[in-house]
Design a protein around this ligand. Structure first.
Ligand SMILES: Nc1ncnc2c1ncn2[C@@H]1O[C@H](COP(=O)(O)OP(=O)(O)O)[C@@H](O)[C@H]1O
Ligand SMILES: [Mg+2]
Length: 343
């Protein structure tokens, strides 16, 4: 799938997007150019290393989804090509009924395409059994929904531990990781609270902690701020920015332009097709509205993979870490590599 020349398929609604971005990533809907990561690894101490191409987080080719039969047939997706590279931050917009949720269900392995191909982080989902699909979903994707989908009458900590329980592992380790995820979203002081004891914004932050606790390749959100007031919306969007700034890949479905303004790239859907594709900043740049309130520490490991680590104080967002560089900026060229999950 790699190396397909961008010219081999029609550039879908390039809109105002630049077709050749500074990081070499094509600006068309297919975005079939090189992944956003490799150039960074070349800067690693120890001289040049072989450029290993990394699979895109999401790679959809001519994906269709047809509901019903005969007269009631609905082409919810009518042939979608979409490549989302690791580290990208994509907003999916479109009117009600345009196919956004269908697309989300397919990207999230919650539903299968009628035709076409979907490769998730290098794994062709077509050949997977239902059980394998649920494993891959658990391992590679973190979900955030409009209605939070937390388990009632269970603590925030237990809610966040849940995906780890599915994945196995020791109880102490699960507790540690869930606590760290809740700290990261600024809820260190709410571990024992049940959803009903939390505000909507706090509940969505618990859901976000649950989504990131497994360290997924992809964070997938469907109208994540749809049920939030403006202050909570700003908090959640700030967290999305931070997560993306530290390398996580985000796909956010929204009809709010306030939400899409935070994304690096916005695609627009109509009648089951992507009709517009606008990139605001390169995959390797920081998200456009990110405010680096927390210094980000970039660590390069022995294999030249770059980890980012931002440490905060108890609210997870405003701490000062003496290990960090002072301004927390890395510039587009040297920004954190979209690492997602590191083995
Ligand atoms: N389970 C289903 N059965 C039949 N039609 C469906 C089903 N799910 C969605 N659709 C139809 O597919 C189209 C796209 O729906 P959807 O993906 O939910 O759009 P959006 O999320 O953009 O509002 C709509 O016409 C919708 O009515
Ligand atoms: Mg929808």
């Amino acid at each position: 799938m790699r190396g397909t020349p961008a010219t081999s398929r029609p550039a879908l609604g390039d809109g105002t997007a630049r077709t050749a971005l500074s990081d070499g990533t094509a600006g068309s809907a297919a975005e079939t150019g090189p992944a956003g990561g490799p150039r960074h690894r070349a800067t690693t101490v120890g001289g040049p290393r072989p450029r290993r191409r990394r699979a895109a987080a999401v790679d959809l080719r001519e994906v269709t989804k047809v509901y019903g039969t005969g007269d009631t047939r609905v082409h919810a997706l009518a042939g979608v090509d979409l490549v989302v590279h690791r580290g990208d931050y994509l907003a999916v917009m479109g009117a009600s009924g345009s196919g956004k949720s269908t697309l989300m269900n397919i990207i999230g392995c919650l539903d299968e395409p009628t035709a076409g191909r979907y490769v998730l982080d290098g794994v062709d989902t077509h050949r997977l059994t239902q059980r394998q699909q649920s494993i891959i979903r658990n391992r590679k994707i973190g979900f955030v929904f409009q209605s939070f989908n937390l388990i009632p009458r269970v603590s925030a900590l237990a809610n966040v531990e849940l995906p780890l329980a599915y994945a196995g592992g020791r109880a102490a380790e699960r507790r540690l990781r869930a606590t760290a995820a809740l700290e990261r979203v600024g809820l260190a002081d709410r571990l024992g609270h049940e959803p009903s004891e939390l505000s909507g914004g706090q509940q969505q932050r618990v859901a976000l902690a649950r989504a990131i606790v497994t360290d997924p390749v992809l964070l997938l959100a469907d109208e994540p701020t749809g049920a939030l007031d403006s202050r909570s919306t700003a908090e959640v969007l700030g967290l999305f920015d931070e997560l993306n700034a530290s390398g996580r890949t985000l796909v956010v479905i929204t009809h709010e332009s306030e939400v899409s303004a935070h994304a690096k790239r916005t695609v627009r859907m109509r009648d089951g097709l992507i009709v517009d594709d606008v990139r605001r900043v390169p995959v390797s740049a920081q998200p456009p509205l990110w405010e680096p309130s927390t210094p980000t520490v970039v660590i390069t490991d022995a294999r030249g993979l770059v980890h980012s680590d931002d440490r905060g104080d108890s609210d997870g967002r405003h701490g000062v870490d003496d290990r960090g560089d002072t301004d927390g900026h890395h510039g587009a060229g040297a920004g954190p590599v979209p690492t997602g999950v590191l083995p």
